[in-house]
Design a protein around this ligand. Sequence first.
Ligand code: NAI
Ligand code: MG
Length: 503
Amino acid sequence: MNEVTAINRTQPEYSDAVKKALARAPQLYINGEWVDSTGDATIDVEDPSTGKVVSKVVEASDKDVDRAVAAARTAFDDRRWRDMPPVAREKIMHKIADLILANAEELAELEAIDVGKPKGMASAVDVPGAAAHFTYMAGWAGKIGGETQAPYSMPGGMMFAYTLKEPVGVCAQIVPWNFPLLMACLKIAPALAAGCTTVLKPAEQTSLTALRLADLIHEAGVPAGVVNIITGYGHTGGDRMVKHPDVDKVAFTGSTEIGKLINRNATETLKHVTLELGGKSPVVVMPDVDVAETAPGVAGAIFFNSGQVCVAGSRLYAHKSVFDKVVEGMAETKDFWAPRPSLDPDAHMGPVVSSEQFDRVMGYIDAGKRDGASVLMGGDSPGGDGYYVNPTILTDVNPQMSVVREEIFGPVVVAQRFDDLDEVVKDANNTQYGLAAGVWTKDVSAAHKIASRLQAGSVWVNCHAMIDPALPFGGYKESGVGHEQGRLGLEAYLETKSVLMKL
Ligand code: NAI
Ligand code: MG
């Protein structure tokens, strides 16, 4: 790991635009206005590349949550958004996308400072992706409709019957810290297209881009109260949102543990719920692959965003005939993925998001070593003030080990060999999770066979984490409930009403 220690891990200076954003007074965006909290609690914002506190955000009080929900309720009930001509709603949503792209530099830098992800990556992935969710869903705003349907048990001509598609109501949207802006947009866009109103809470670790997004949503002309953005902790503010009697739908992305809790809490008032949860996604490498292409691909599947990706390819299954070559090829990407400060132009991987996450990831690596896993690469931290973890490959693992069973959410892959297709499908499916999976092969028949047999909401062939606004995204098993994105993602924000009229 000599070359890793040679890296200068000094975070470059922040831009003036970002310094201004960091210096803002901690406030909440409620009912179309920036308002002070009714309490005085704040949460420190840390730059994980340095471990330094760079700003503060509000820790929403119960009253703040109630105020935000009340604003969303009123805005929904007086129909100020849902009754606007769809063409006008569509234009506003396009305007949000345009403003996101016009502020791309600042948003990418803020995200880099808040999450620790390389700014170049935020510019290439997070910011354009965020805008794309708005433009994609904007197109649906004017294309929502029910259908006429002849009743089955009644004579023809007796009834006129049709269905109406209506917005579900007030939404509580709770997002995690790994893709804060992208997730906020992925949640808000379908709600707006459907005609809903919302209260969105970013994760307590990463609130900055959601707050800037509130500025842009305001500037685009979204009416007051339609989108409210509040900051705060999950077990307090988030919990109150989920249990609030005036909320009709909860949309959550985060850990499976909290997803289950939210599902229970939302059941009390029978809210609509969509949950996008954790994963331990298998990546299957077949014997026929071109190793030179596949090894960097499967390395990227785990090291992208420091492995803090719900669909991270964290369990590698390579056929025994190519296993050694594949893991050697992955190890050759060590310098490319060596962790650097998020604003370093050479960074491809940054630190992990927080000291808590650092301890969690290092704890898993240590547990893996104790359980007898071999460290083929990494397995340690390069040190420094930030929360840097070296990209890590563990071999000699077995299905009983916690590193194989549990979501680590860090740059750690467990690599295993397999003999035949039936065996690898069984092993790949031997998990509580079912979010995503990957297959690398030139054998078209094997690709389709494995894709159909893997229990996962998304399967990628010869690529990984290709997520697109038009394609439904959801989890099998304990990885989620319902779908986001695509037509199904819009449907999750719609109610269906049947109307029957006697002629
Ligand atoms: P978390 O699930 O606790 O937090 C995600 C969001 O839920 C945050 O906005 C948080 O404020 C909110 N939240 C927490 N408790 C809540 C509650 N009782 N009611 C309502 N909202 C609540 O995830 P955390 O603690 O940040 O990370 C722990 C682990 O979860 C990670 O190591 C990773 O394994 C997993 N995770 C998975 C993500 C995914 O995209 N699937 C994203 C983030 C974390
Ligand atoms: Mg938590």
